[in-house]
Write a protein that binds this ligand. Structure first.
Ligand SMILES: [Zn+2]
Length: 190
């Protein structure tokens, strides 16, 4: 059985027919019956084209998880980070800081030897968001993920299910725990 044409292919074909019909309409005498028919066809094709564009946009925006370990999905933790957490923090104006680190580099900068940042942990992802005033951002992220009991200066991890996959999420902020210059977000598979 032949494959059904993809949305993209259908859109390309509708676009082509739309342009052709519009050109024909413009070349036809005004007030003629043929021109009236072509006007209706152009309108019909334009609506069809717009609907296909909307469907393509919705499909692109739909969250996608891949639970393969290691780069770039990190067991799905990387997808949760890239599609939910990073856009939320970037929208709040925070820059994207350090992500995955080799054990050597992690040790060099004094990172925790069990950090979610480590490339040797293949189903975790961690991201730092540099800021000197991150309490509100950390709190807002916690609230958006439904972590009611979040507070600064603690290492509490929260359960979070995304796309049917269970995760543990840690949001660290507070100078008492060495996080006064960036919000750290760690994600691991539960
Ligand atoms: Zn960190």
């Amino acid at each position: 059985m032949a494959d059904r044409p993809s949305l993209r292919e259908r859109l390309a074909s509708v676009r082509q027919r739309f342009r052709k019909a519009r050109r024909k309409k413009d070349d036809t005498k005004p007030h003629s019956e043929r021109r009236g028919k072509l006007t209706r066809l152009v309108r019909f094709l334009r609506e069809r084209k717009d609907r296909l564009v909307q469907r393509l946009r919705r499909r692109r925006a739909a969250p996608k998880i891949n639970t393969n370990p290691g780069e770039p999905h990190w067991g799905g933790s990387g997808d949760l980070m890239a599609q939910v957490i990073e856009p939320f923090m970037v929208k709040r104006g925070l820059p994207i800081g350090s992500g995955k680190r080799t054990p050597a580099y992690n040790a060099q900068i004094g990172g925790s030897p069990t950090s979610d940042h480590l490339t040797t942990k293949t189903t975790t992802m961690a991201r730092d968001f540099p800021t000197f005033s991150g309490a509100d951002d950390a709190h807002a992220l916690a609230a958006s993920l439904g972590f009611g009991g979040w507070s600064q200066n603690t290492y509490t991890a929260f359960n979070y299910t995304w796309q049917g996959v269970a995760f543990r999420v840690q949001i660290l902020w507070g100078s008492a725990i060495g996080h006064g210059d960036h919000v750290h977000v760690g994600v691991s598979r539960a």
